[in-house]
Ligand binder design. Structure first.
Ligand code: HEC
Ligand code: HEC
Length: 427
């Protein structure tokens, strides 16, 4: 299945943009902060920083999407305007060792700051500049100060009542609104009083997985394929006249049992990431190589399994069929998959076709779990009876880290030398 290392990319972009301690990054980022483009319903408006702050202050003038879009430009431009510096390592560092003004989140791993901020965005339904000015370490906004008090409250509740686990989260009260709406919603009377028809029993997880394998073409056909080259285009949120590539060209090479490498053409060269049988690695356009650690390593390794669809039962320690849910127009069985060294995943299988429609993974933060979804659509027979999704959507809490992937071409049983997957040498 096509691998999307979206969490890693998101972390990379976040780090490059927001680090005010890194002098080498100051220049491209601060020059970008002077002008920002905002998309409104009326078209594109170029505004200076003073006006922008006023706009962001009021919060209601610009839509959440526009805020996100503006921020993504800064992110992408920082990524592509970047010089030859080595990748910045956050490993083993706490947030306060990396950032300038951490008061209540002290002690969390530095790489957890990005998902924590994303939980704020998603829970309150706002963009970064609801709480921040262009220097993220400043406390100029009342909302940032309020957010600190809220973090302290949430952590006190979780400590005293839930053994320190993030059970009460920002979303427990906010549900996508900056001021929580506490009044209960009244149900529609017609729905409430409707006769309840007896529901048929749910299928077992084993039955759902077996139907999935059949829907993909069956085990025999699937095992006949031992390697694959998938060519895709990845569509990102982009605006005119700005250096964010609206379209990235990506090639993914896969070989049984678990070798994979993804080659992405970025404006200043080629970026690669892969699994060589032992290590999940990535190489940026300037030749720097990094190895994944922790959850990114276990996830990369699992995603590299060429026959993952046949091995789902072994992969999860426990599978629980939770019920039915809608995925777009379609009805799906929601299956919770528990993993030995990772958080549970949510898998949605089409009740009719049996195909996997959506998968949700999460990253844990002290203020709640941050979800990322991958949707699989437009399954097509690749020519030998095996079906693959040709449309993949990445769903995140904010538009800046969402994307659409279109499969252009799939070549099966191509000859790929094992050297293609070997961890690259750092330059
Ligand atoms: C609801 C308010 C809120 C939102 C929305 C929010 N932040 Fe924050 N952010 C905070 C608070 C509060 C802190 C300080 C935490 C502390 O003191 O421990 C912070 C700290 C930071 C820091 C550390 C700065 C430093 O050097 O001290 C960065 C970087 C950051 N946020 C980036 C972002 C980005 C990027 C986004 C959007 C993806 C975002 N934030 C969204 C409230 C918010
Ligand atoms: C127990 C419920 C609850 C939880 C949990 C909660 N909040 Fe709030 N929050 C509120 C309420 C209620 C208000 C409105 C207070 C008011 O109107 O004075 C509010 C207001 C805010 C505001 C000010 C909004 C504005 O427009 O001025 C921010 C920012 C905020 N919360 C951030 C957070 C963050 C970040 C978290 C998670 C760390 C969080 N909240 C968790 C209940 C909660």
């Amino acid at each position: 299945m096509f691998i999307v290392n979206w969490e890693l990319l998101s972390a990379y972009l976040f780090e490059l943009t927001t680090r005010t301690k890194m002098e080498d990054l100051q220049k491209p980022i601060s020059s970008l902060r002077c002008t920002m483009y905002l998309f409104s319903n009326y078209g594109v408006a170029l505004i200076n920083s003073k006006e922008r702050n006023n706009l962001f202050m009021s919060g209601t003038l610009v839509s959440r999407r526009a805020l996100g879009a503006a921020f993504s430009l800064m992110l992408a431009a920082a990524l592509f305007a970047r010089g030859q510096q080595a990748p910045l390592s956050l490993e083993g560092k706490t947030a306060e060792q990396v950032y300038n003004n951490i008061q209540v989140l002290q002690g969390i791993p530095a790489d957890q700051l990005n998902p924590t901020m994303r939980v704020f965005e998603g829970s309150l339904g706002v963009g970064c500049f609801f709480c921040h000015v262009s220097d993220f370490s400043k406390d100029d906004k009342e909302t940032k100060v309020s957010a600190r008090k809220m973090i302290t409250m949430v952590s006190a509740i979780n400590k005293s009542s839930f053994g320190g686990l993030p059970i009460v989260t920002c979303n427990s009260c906010h549900h996508g609104s900056s001021i929580p709406i506490a009044l209960l919603t009244l149900p529609e009377q017609a729905d409430m009083l409707a006769e309840r028809e007896p529901q048929p029993a749910l299928p077992t997880a084993d039955q759902i997985l077996a139907k999935y394998v059949e829907a993909l073409g069956g085990e025999q056909a699937i095992r006949k394929v031992t390697s694959r080259l998938i060519t895709v285009t990845q569509q990102n949120l982009s605006l005119p006249t700005v250096p964010l590539p609206a379209l990235l060209h990506v090639e993914q090479y896969e070989k049984a049992p678990n070798l994979t490498v993804t080659v992405t053409q970025v404006p200043d060269g080629i970026a690669e990431d892969g699994f060589d049988g032992n290590t999940v690695w990535s190489q940026d356009a300037h030749g720097h190589v990094t190895e994944a650690a922790g959850v990114a390593q276990t996830r990369g390794k699992r995603a590299a399994d060429f026959y993952e669809c046949l091995n789902l039962k072994q992969e999860y320690t426990r599978l629980v069929v939770q019920g039915k849910q809608k995925v777009g127009e379609r009805e799906a069985y929601l299956v919770l998959g528990y993993l030995p060294d990772d958080f549970a995943e949510r898998l949605f299988f089409d009740t009719q076709s049996g195909l996997l429609l959506r998968k949700i993974t999460t990253v844990r933060t002290t203020v709640g779990d941050l979800p990322t979804g991958t949707e699989y659509d437009d399954y097509r027979d690749v020519g030998d009876g095996v079906k693959l999704p040709f449309l993949i959507r990445i769903l995140a809490v904010s538009p800046t880290i969402s994307a659409t992937i279109h499969v252009q071409k799939v070549q099966e049983n191509v000859v790929i030398d094992n050297a293609k997957f070997a961890k690259a040498e750092s330059k």
